[in-house]
Design a protein around this ligand. Structure first.
Ligand SMILES: O=P(O)(O)OC[C@H]1O[C@H](O[C@H]2O[C@H](CO)[C@@H](O)[C@H](O)[C@H]2O)[C@H](O)[C@@H](O)[C@@H]1O
Length: 270
């Protein structure tokens, strides 16, 4: 793990963020809380991140949220979030804010578009060793991480891009060794704004690693904190090198909140 990935500027920004009255901490999952791995279903939070998230969860006036491209059900199973965590899945199309949250309902037109997306992607994947299709509630994704030759993988994605562009109601989302098509238009930025309006936090944190996370960074403003994980162009103000470094940022926030609001003593009173 990175010894200390935090620049003095990022540490100071995390402390400033932690000093706000109430916090909304939004986290992308794959490539951010979890390392990217070949088997999409075996991705789990990096242990130090899971620990830092568990540390933040009980703190006063702190709301945790996963804001992910994953289906809600996979996010719940794989991220294993602490109780009370808000879950946004399918790039913003699915939301879990509590037991009363309505599930995602597709219109007939969206259902038809989703079926077409699945069929087209399955047909393409069937013609290329290593490609596979993830079926998702709001669409589907073709994965090429198992194809060793980068050029061959890109060709599969190009084929999928062309085929998807011919489907009415299908919207492509680029990612890492993946191309997704969603039939519900939503972005992580819209989801974060919705949470901001609902929860009215004094400051918002967002960390993410991928192109779809840029929508999230774009809605951050004064007093908020955005952290890009890894390489690539970004609108985020700060960058850390790898998922395991996220824990360092989260622990600075936890530390500052804990010292400002010490937990009740468990010692007997005299
Ligand atoms: O928004 P995220 O939480 O980052 O989810 C984005 C997509 O992540 C998953 O795919 C990516 O991670 C896999 C596991 O590490 C990796 O094998 C794949 O190559 C990556 O693209 C997930 O499977 C998708 O459903 C998410 O939309």
């Amino acid at each position: 793990m990175t010894a200390d990935a935090l620049s003095p500027e990022l540490r100071a920004a995390a402390e400033r963020f932690a000093a706000a009255d109430s916090l909304l901490i939004c986290l992308d999952f794959d490539g951010c809380v979890a390392e990217l791995v070949a088997d999409a279903y075996s991705a789990r939070p990096v242990p130090v991140n899971a620990e830092a998230i568990r540390r933040l969860a009980p703190l006063k006036d702190v709301t945790l949220a996963y804001v992910s491209g994953r289906p809600l059900v996979d996010l719940q199973n794989q991220a294993d979030p602490p109780e009370g965590t808000v879950l946004v899945g399918s790039h913003g199309a699915e939301k879990y804010l509590g037991p009363d949250s309505p599930g995602l309902k597709l219109t007939a037109a969206q259902e038809a578009a989703r079926t077409e997306v699945v069929d087209v992607l399955e047909q393409i994947a069937g013609q290329h060793d290593g490609a596979w299709v993830e079926h998702k509630p709001a669409g589907a994704a073709i994965h090429v991480r198992h194809i060793d030759d980068d050029q061959a993988a890109e060709q599969v994605l190009n084929e999928a891009r062309a085929a998807l562009s011919a489907i009415d109601g299908a919207h492509a989302k680029e990612g890492k060794k993946i191309l997704e098509a969603v039939v519900v238009l939503a972005t992580k930025g819209e989801a974060i704004q919705e949470l901001r309006e609902l929860l009215k936090p004094a400051a918002v944190f967002f960390a993410g690693d991928d192109v779809t996370d840029e929508h999230g960074f774009a809605v951050l403003g004064d007093g908020d904190l955005g952290v890009k994980v890894g390489e690539g162009d970004t609108a985020a103000e700060f960058r850390i090198p790898e998922p395991a470094a996220l824990a360092q940022v989260l622990n600075v926030v936890a530390e500052a909140r804990e010292s400002a609001q010490p937990r009740e003593s468990t010692q007997p009173r005299h």
